[in-house]
Design a protein. Sequence first.
Length: 217
Amino acid sequence: MTAADADHVAATRTFYDAVAEDYAALFRDQLTVRPLDRALLAGFAELVGEDGRVADLGCGPGVVTAHLASLGLSVFGLDLSEGMLAIARREHPGLRFEHGSMRWLDLPGGSLEGVVSWYSTIHTPLDELPAVYAEFRRVLAPGGHLLLAFQCGDEPRRHEHPWGHPVTLDFRRMRPERVAALLEAAGFTLVQQTVRAADTDQGESTPQALLIARATE
Ligand SMILES: C[S@@+](CC[C@H](N)C(=O)[O-])C[C@H]1O[C@@H](n2cnc3c(N)ncnc32)[C@H](O)[C@@H]1O
């Protein structure tokens, strides 16, 4: 890990440790109110196949992890933030949640049929994304599937003192076609690229990208 990596990772962990309970309360029903996101997750689960081994990387409070488990996947969550993990373990006691960074996974190569990154690469510096995608590709078996969700756009947004906590973090936005090109360079074939409109009733301010890609054979 370089010093710059360490700074970015430490800032992300500090931010999510501080906001964990408020974040979990805000996003507890995120899938209940978003049928189209559920549809994409259902399609991903079918592509992975029943009992497929899946890592939900940057799982936060574990809402998506639990949803994927309910769809029949053998899924575990991983996150940098112990605050987030404590909530995930408390709210989903039957599931496994581990501490770690998605950039350096303690998993053998080719050991998963699925990887999910649901709004968890949005704090990764752009020049580090190729290495993160390469790590996703390394742990997937050939033919395994990746699901990425992120906000579309060009300009990052800075969240300062959310819910009054003394922390600040940049949220990056990306163009889906740029992400697709980086995924192809990392050894993936794009399967599905969905951009849905911002759900302004739920506080979204930009279109949302949901990409599924397959690890090349
Ligand atoms: C916006 S939240 C999304 C959480 C969850 N996926 C959800 O949709 O509710 C981003 C999460 O990614 C985690 N995260 C960010 N960078 C990470 C990294 N390099 N490794 C592991 N987790 C990371 C954060 O700690 C945080 O819990």
